[in-house]
Design a protein around this ligand. Structure first.
Ligand code: FAD
Ligand code: SF4
Ligand code: SF4
Length: 478
């Protein structure tokens, strides 16, 4: 092992090749190429096989990273895939879109002065290879257990739970108001981070495992929540968070000021071959326009980079804090800058200018003040620091809150936190309603795909335990 591993001393970090920014701007394809097998093995061999692997500790799925790196370095890819997929329902997706700089790779302690192991790229390589070679197979149960589960939401949280529960032998039904499976992985995250066929091939596998999808099923709308509860032995709510935070101020109601998810969904649907009316009419198309995106998170990064690809005249990102204090991933900021996005740091919008349609944004410079109780520095406007940006399209990417689910589902007994997320018992994942569980963003608030997968898997285990116990009680009572 020692000869094959610990190669960081002679071998530098190499990430997969990135397409040139000029080419990237022209299409929505992923920007990173796949590792070739020899480079993947070489990069995996840089791992020093730490006794206490901090990479694993900081991976939300506690993936057994040192083991699959070693197997990759030894060319034992099928075993590497077995290990990688034992803890992760969608390793090829996490390998592409986890903010590794904040999670596994950001905590790789290879040795001071050496760059981290490229964990995400190796995880993606292992699983893409497994798909190519036919090692990824549907996982139907050996025995059907006769009980059924209803899952509301086909995002990563709902899907991870569905896959696990199907393995345990349940008749699993997933309900989603969208017409495709994947949640934000299909309609939120753009193709240049995650190509859609990657998500669609997982949908197919889940169907082949016997999971039944009910699409276009709006729970709380045409399909009553109470009816769904009556159909199944247990229900999981994994509906995510979709209510966009809004912005006020003079002119905030002008045409041409749009919510980020409307904009991204239209772009993703167009990319999937649909004809989206608001896109075709130009309302949600950045082509030829000066675009200002407001916000500093990952959604804002996706909007600016989408606008570049649509052929915007200029793209600016307005954020009230500085680069060091933004929530978005540094890797994505760098990618955006390479593609021609201009970041206007320490600036906040004050008013939107224009008659019926927006023509500009009046903004004010900000400075960072003293830290608040959470340690985060407050921001305050600089007197006289006003300036104006031309903008015929303004995209609001200020984050998301949960819908009022108790009202939407007609279930006032469904308890929520003061942020509107669902309250669950953190061991059983059960909500205030017996037999109703919840996982993913609707519990955590807007988070990450990897955390939704973790929650979905944990919720499935907790639901399985609860249903077995209930079934045993029912048998004993007979
Ligand atoms: P979702 O993915 O939101 O899925 C919820 C599903 O429930 C949806 O399909 C929805 O249609 C369905 N639903 C909702 N209400 C109902 C109802 N009443 N009836 C039926 N169905 C319903 N995370 C990363 O890790 N990396 C990234 O790069 C990244 N980029 C992002 C970019 C954008 C633009 C956004 C918005 C988010 C991004 N995230 C990213 C966050 C990540 O997508 C989410 O944290 C994750 O998808 C949450 O999973 P979920 O299953 O809880 O919910
Ligand atoms: Fe890193 Fe995400 Fe993979 Fe965990 S799941 S090893 S955090 S890329
Ligand atoms: Fe290998 Fe880095 Fe993880 Fe240590 S922290 S086991 S060097 S990947």
């Amino acid at each position: 092992m020692v000869e094959r591993m610990l190669q960081f001393v002679r071998l530098g970090q190499q990430t997969p090749d990135k397409r040139h920014a000029a080419l990237r701007r022209e299409d929505f394809q992923e920007i990173y190429a796949e590792f070739d097998p020899s480079r993947a093995a070489a990069q995996a061999s840089r791992c020093s096989q730490c006794g206490v692997p901090f990479c694993q500790v900081h991976c939300p799925l506690n993936n057994n990273i040192p083991d699959w790196l070693k197997l990759t370095a030894e060319g034992r890819l099928e075993e590497a895939y077995e290990v990688a997929s034992a803890t992760n329902t969608f390793p090829e997706i996490c390998g592409r879109i986890c903010p590794q700089d904040r999670l596994c790779e950001g905590n790789c302690v290879i040795e001071k002065g050496y760059d981290s192991v490229t964990i995400g790229a190796v995880e993606r390589f292992i699983t893409d290879t497994a798909f190519e070679r036919g090692w990824v197979r549907p996982a139907p149960p050996r025995i059907e257990n006769g009980m059924s589960v209803g899952i509301i939401g086909a995002g990563p949280g709902g899907l991870a739970a569905a896959e696990q529960l199907r393995r345990f032998g349940y008749d699993v039904h997933v309900y989603d108001r969208y017409d495709r499976v994947g949640g934000l992985m299909i309609y939120g995250i753009p193709g240049f981070k995650l190509e859609k066929h990657i998500v669609l091939r997982r949908w197919k596998l889940l169907e082949q495992a016997g999971i039944v999808f009910h699409l276009g099923a709006d729970v709380g709308g045409a399909l009553a929540f109470a009816a769904l509860r009556a159909r199944h032995d247990a229900v999981l709510i994994a509906t995510g968070v979709y209510k966009p935070r809004d912005i006020g101020g003079p002119g905030a109601g002008l045409a041409g000021i749009v919510p980020a998810l409307d904009y991204l969904t239209a772009s993703n649907r167009q990319g999937l071959g649909e004809r989206v009316t608001d896109f075709v009419s130009g309302e949600l198309d950045a082509a030829g326009r000066n675009v200002v995106v407001i916000g500093g998170g990952d959604t804002a990064m996706d909007c600016v980079r989408t606008a570049v690809r649509q052929g915007a005249a200029s793209v600016k990102c307005l954020y009230r804090r500085d680069r060091a204090n933004m929530p978005g991933s540094m890797r994505e900021v760098k990618n955006a800058e390479e593609e021609g996005v201009e970041f206007v740091w320490l600036s906040a919008p004050e008013a939107f200018l224009g008659d019926a349609t927006v023509a500009g944004v009046r903004a004010v410079r900000m400075r960072l003040g003293l830290p608040d109780a959470t340690g985060r520095q407050a921001v305050e406007p600089i007197e006289g620091g006003h300036f104006t940006l031309a903008a015929e399209l303004v995209i609001k990417a200020l984050g998301f809150d949960p819908e009022d689910l108790p009202a939407a589902f007609g279930e006032p007994a469904l308890t929520v936190t003061r942020w509107g997320t669902l309250k669950v018992d953190h061991h059983s994942f059960m909500t205030s309603l017996p037999g109703v569980f919840a996982a993913g963003d609707i519990v955590r608030g807007a988070s990450l795909v990897v955390w939704a997968i973790r929650d979905g898997r944990d919720a499935a285990a907790a639901m399985h335990a609860w249903m077995r116990q209930n079934a045993a009680i029912a048998v004993a009572a007979e």
